[in-house]
Write a protein that binds this ligand. Structure first.
Ligand code: PBG
Length: 337
């Protein structure tokens, strides 16, 4: 080439050549402020139960969860998202334990807010950990999930959480109209600063499998699925429509879930609405990465950090991830908190 006197007129590799210039042109960055840490809570004291399909994730009793929370606060993680593992004896067809003001989640919220008032606490609004059939809502005699009857229970659940001090209630149930009704009921009770993060673009995905093991709903759910209320993985226009509705009904934040297979949806939601937009790197994504990492097929830190920065690139304002403490530790080591 040189002998021909011909050279590339643009060299993309010039800016990629040095660490300083790579830093200078980096478009997306992950920070600890982007992280929401989902955790599983269970009854008892000094109790930790491993979840085999989520290596490294444990269900913790409240006392141990407080230690986790302390670590989150030290690391600067803004929010913990709580999910319960409820004793079988408390599960019913209507999931009414979800609305018990002294249930496991309200007690956990009170303990967290008492010890760490500055830590944001988010609660999942859905009935699946509480129902004998593992569905997110109430069912009729044919097993069909009832919309409006479910909303009544979801309202009671949200109020129990918000009154216990939850900062964010996050309906993940996908019933129609629930955001607006929950918002109205919160307002009526003067809970005007309780934020709603709507699981708006929530798909009927197989990637929730390990989560269902963690909350103990998978065996109850059996072979039935959630396609009559969660979205079809083939659609994106539908996701935008749903996000629009949830924002109009009073959601403060919207979510796309799962994450990595749905980055196009995340991008479109952020571009279209410009609202605070979150993504859930769900249990199945975590399990896949961990399986490859544990086999030595992927480098742990590189795989995890790349997966997270891709969410930022696609427009996420924040990420729910089981890797949150690990990622926060790495960010702190690099001085990028
Ligand atoms: C409950 C809920 C689910 C998840 C979050 N909230 C499971 C489901 O809809 O079946 C999944 C989270 C994960 O897989 O990590 N409705």
């Amino acid at each position: 080439m040189q002998t021909l006197g011909q050279f590339p007129s643009v060299r993309m590799r010039r800016m990629r050549h040095d660490d300083f210039s790579r830093r200078l042109m980096r478009e997306s960055r992950l920070s600890v402020d982007d992280l929401i840490y989902p955790v599983f809570v269970t009854e008892g004291t000094n109790t930790r139960v491993k979840v085999p399909s989520l290596p490294g994730v444990e269900r913790l009793s409240i006392d141990l969860l407080l230690k986790q929370a302390e670590e989150c606060v030290k690391l600067g993680i803004p929010v913990m998202a709580l999910f319960p593992s409820i004793e079988d004896s408390l599960k019913t067809p209507d999931g009414s334990e979800a609305a018990n003001p002294d249930g496991l989640i309200p007690r956990t919220v009170r303990a967290l807010k008492e010890h760490f008032p500055e830590l944001g606490v988010m609660c999942d609004v859905a009935l699946d950990p509480y129902t004998t059939h593992g569905q997110d809502g109430l069912i009729d005699e044919t097993g069909f999930i009832l919309n409006d009857e479910t909303i009544e229970m979801l309202v009671r659940q949200s109020l129990a959480q918000a009154e216990a001090g939850a900062d964010i209630v996050a309906p993940s149930d996908m019933m129609d109209g629930r955001i607006g009704i929950i918002r109205q009921e919160l307002e009526k009770r003067g809970l005007i600063y309780t934020k709603i993060m709507a699981y708006s673009a929530k798909y009927a995905s197989c990637f929730y499998g390990p989560f269902r093991d963690a909350v103990g709903s998978s065996s109850n759910l059996g072979r039935s699925n959630k396609a009559v209320y969660q979205q079809d993985p083939a659609n994106t226009n539908e996701a935008l429509w749903e996000v629009g509705l949830d924002l109009a009904e009073g959601a403060d934040m919207v979510m796309v879930k799962p994450g990595m297979p749905y980055l196009d949806v995340l991008w479109r939601v952020k571009q279209e609405f410009l609202a605070p937009t979150y993504v859930y790197q769900v249990s199945g994504e975590y399990a896949m990465l961990m399986a490859a990492i544990q086999n030595g097929w992927l480098d742990e830190k590189k795989a995890i950090m790349e997966s997270l920065v891709c969410f930022k690139r696609a427009g996420a304002d924040g990420i729910l991830t089981y890797f949150a403490p690990q990622a926060a530790r790495w960010l702190a080591e690099e001085g990028r908190r």
